[in-house]
Structure formats: structure tokens, C-alpha cells
Design a protein around this ligand. Sequence first.
Ligand code: PGA
Length: 246
Amino acid sequence: MVKVVAGNWKMHHGPLQTAGFFDRFRPEVEEGSVRIAFFPPDVSLRSSRTCARVQADFGVQNIHWERAGAFTGEISAEMAKEAGASLVLVGHSERRHVFGETDVDVGCKVRAAARAGLVPVVCVGELLEERKAGKLDAVLRRQVAAFAGSLADCRDYMVAYEPVWAIGTGETATPEDASAAHAIVRSALGALGRCPVLYGGSVNPANARALMSAPDVDGVLVGGASLDPEVFARIVEAGGALAGAV
Ligand code: PGA
């Protein structure tokens, strides 16, 4: 299966920096053997789409669940789609833990993505305390149960397992940990589990290949290491090297 390598830029790279990123990224990547995706800030979506000139999908990092209304600072799934997004991150750990997004919100946003025809990349993952307390299985199942019903209406979707303790910390799950968690996610999804399940959390060029080689790991969602074009290109290359591998 072709691996997915997705970059989540978070609140980095405005429109001008975005153009510069792609000028350096383009010559570094060999296209075709990896499904590449970018999640730039909303204000850089247009610049990404016009400047990239590489085969990639583009998405937004968040949506509101309503179509329109008095929700200052928010954008709807329909607006994201109209602006050229085909993907949307839902329930990223920073949305959950910094902005207080709940499991219920995540379910509503997946439903909105389905309504607008966006492909949701729904993020799940446990806190370090939860892992230490032996609650990994229960937490992942609870998080998945909150949106699984809405996934059924999506034409296409992905799930990203991102242990909170590994995001932006330099501490990565081992390939074995990632595999075990992905198996739980797939089991919790049941019949809906035939989708790409990505790993995220301190992915870098040195660990990307081992993580993507692990059973049940279909790709990676990369934060910090996606901001530098040469570094991100090395991660894409690691995914490409696995294309066709059994
Ligand atoms: P990181 O972020 O790669 O910087 O740990 C991953 C993410 O938050 O998606």
C-alpha cells in the first residue's frame, strides 16, 4: 500500500514563507510513490495550492460543525472545501488539550466533513498518565466511539494515532508501541477499520522508515519536521522507499 506522509504546519508558514517552502521542497521530492498531504494555516491554503506544483492533497487544520453563522474566528467545512481543501484534521491533540475540544465536538466535526465532502483525518491519542495507568485501550476506544458513527457517511477518511506525550517532545513511540495502538484503533473501528491509520508524534527522518515499516502503520502525520522542506522531503523519501514493500 502507498504510504501517506502528511505535514501539519500548525501556526507556522504564512503565504510568503509557504511559497519559499515549496521552491525548496519541489526539487527534493520524487513524486508518485507516496501520498503527500499538507495542512497549512488557512491563510496559506491558497498559496500552498498555487505554489506547490507537486502532487499533493491540501487540507485545513480545523473546522466548525455548522455551515455558517455567528461564530467569529471559525470556518465551516463547506468554506474549506470551496477554498480548495480536500482534507481536514479533526480532533488534533492541541485542539483537544489547548482549546478544550471534546469527543462530542470531534463527532460533530466529522459529520460536517462528511456533509461537505472533505476527507477527515481524525486524531486520537492518550496522555502519558493514561498510558501509565494502563488506560490506553479504553481511551482509544472511547475516542473512536465518539466519531465512528459519523465516519460511515464519509467517502474516504483516515485516523491518526498521536500519543500526546510524543507530540513536539522529541519522544517517539517505538514502532511496536505504534503498531499495538493502531491495532486497537482498527479493532475499535470494526468494519470501518479498512482505512489508513497514521502515526504522529516526533516523527523525523531518522525514525520515519522504522515507524512506517511497522505492521498497521500506513503513514505518518508530521508536525515540527514538516516545516523544513529538506527535512520533510527525507521523510517522504522514507515512505517512498517502502512503496511496494510487503
Ligand atoms: P510533532 O507533531 O511531529 O511536532 O511531534 C505532530 C502533530 O502534532 O501532528
